[in-house]
Ligand binder design. Structure first.
Ligand SMILES: Nc1nc2c(ncn2[C@@H]2O[C@H](COP(=O)(O)OP(=O)(O)O)[C@@H](O)[C@H]2O)c(=O)[nH]1
Ligand SMILES: [Mg+2]
Length: 385
């Protein structure tokens, strides 16, 4: 343990299957040592950083939570808790940012100095997921690096950030309810050095993790048992266990954050190729225009005020704004662009309802559809045609 603290270490941490090992291989080159974590069958790879031989890089087992459920999660949690001076590189799958940020909030509560790597940006883009990285970085107060690890894209920037020592503890304050806060306060009074493992240590105790009590030097087994009993009593008065309130407060924080920085692949063709999704509105409008012209004839439409130029202009407005719902939202709320959009929409509605529907459409429906097709069909069906 003391040896860990003397070596500066870089801990690669993240959910399973996010690209940690690919990034580890890049950072360390070929010289990695794989060994079992003491007392477990869990394998850990360690290696020296290629760009700075005084740094030891550790590829930790994938975790979804630092409140461990399995041996893998316990090992990663223990490594993080024991090596308080380490720099954490959280690797995230950009397609699954929610899951990643739940973990970030726990790293924040442990007080880890970290950078966040948004890996698999290629797949995220393909799915039309757009992440406002600048906004996310500002809100969390940490450096965020976008990468495509399999293509080595962005990986040099991870090395640069580590070299520059730009890791910081994220700003992510989970808002717990009064019951949880009360229990946290009780734990804070009971343990020596209550800030040693940040809020995460205290919350682990509140969640009933008796093992964590052993991490606090100077907390006697008797005192730990008394604390756990007292927390158990508090919990008994609630409809749900503490872990339920803790998890839902955490989800709430991450949901709010996601709402501000992520635009999912919505649009007209959510499952389709990116181009179709991105320009779905424009393409649909163009298709509608073509059908209208085929059906009604350009002259009739033009005489009704729906000149082709109008449709083309509307298409351009859409193309400029509908590239993402987020961008569209911003345009709509922009003081000038919003007014232009509003005017365009009002004009379109006026054309459709006031001129087109009232005049042309009625004619088309009466003459083109009913006189020409529906009525003859009904006559034939009735045998009177
Ligand atoms: N498309 C894509 N695949 C990736 C990327 N990074 C890693 N992968 C793949 O994702 C899988 C998991 O990577 P790995 O490094 O083993 O993840 P770990 O479980 O976090 O160590 C492997 O098949 C990688 O080839 C990326 O940026 N884009
Ligand atoms: Mg791995």
């Amino acid at each position: 343990m003391t040896e860990h603290q003397r070596t500066r270490s870089i801990l690669l941490v993240g959910n399973p299957n996010v690209g940690k090992s690919v990034i580890f291989a890049y950072l360390t080159g070929r010289y990695a040592v794989v060994s079992n974590y003491p007392g477990t069958t869990v394998e850990i790879a360690r290696g020296r950083a290629r760009f700075d031989a005084t740094l030891e890089v550790v590829d930790t087992p994938g975790v979804n939570s630092l409140f461990p459920k399995g041996e893998d999660e316990r090992v990663t949690r223990d490594i993080l808790v024991r090596d308080r001076g380490a720099t954490v590189v959280q690797v995230a799958d950009a397609k699954n940012l929610f899951r990643a940020l739940l973990l970030t909030s726990q790293l924040a509560e442990l007080g880890c100095r970290m950078i966040l790597v948004l890996n698999m940006m290629d797949e995220a883009r393909q799915r039309g997921i757009s992440i406002d990285v600048k906004e996310l970085g500002e809100r969390l107060g940490i450096e965020i690096i976008e990468t495509v690890a399999v293509e080595k894209r962005g990986l040099g920037r991870i090395a640069q950030a580590l070299f520059a020592g730009s890791a910081r503890a994220p700003n992510m304050a989970v808002r717990y309810n009064d019951e949880v806060l009360g229990a946290i306060e009780e734990a804070r009074k009971a343990v020596p050095e209550p800030d040693r493992f940040g809020r995460l240590g205290l919350i682990s105790l509140v969640s009933g993790d008796r093992d964590f009590a052993g991490m606090y030097d100077g907390l006697s087994p008797e005192a730990a048992d008394a604390l756990m009993d007292s927390i158990g009593e508090r919990e008994g008065r609630l409809p749900h266990p503490f872990s339920h309130y803790i998890a839902s407060a955490r989800r709430g924080l991450v949901e709010r954050l996601m709402g501000r920085v992520v635009t999912a692949g919505k649009g007209i063709f959510p499952g389709g190729p990116a181009a179709l999704r991105r320009y779905g509105y424009t393409l649909s409008l163009a298709a509608a225009a073509i059908l209208l012209y085929l059906f009604c004839g350009a002259e009739r439409l033009a005489s009704a005020g729906l000149h082709p130029t109008v449709l083309v202009l509307l298409g351009v407005v859409w193309a400029a704004t509908a590239a993402g719902t987020e961008r569209l939202n911003r345009t709509m709320t922009h003081p000038i662009l919003g007014m232009i959009m509003l005017a365009a929409v009002l004009y379109l509605v006026y054309m459709l309802v006031g001129v087109f529907a009232a005049g042309t459409l009625v004619d088309v429906i009466e003459e083109g559809l009913f006189d020409a097709r529906v009525i003859p069909l009904l006559r034939r069906l009735a045998g009177t045609g």
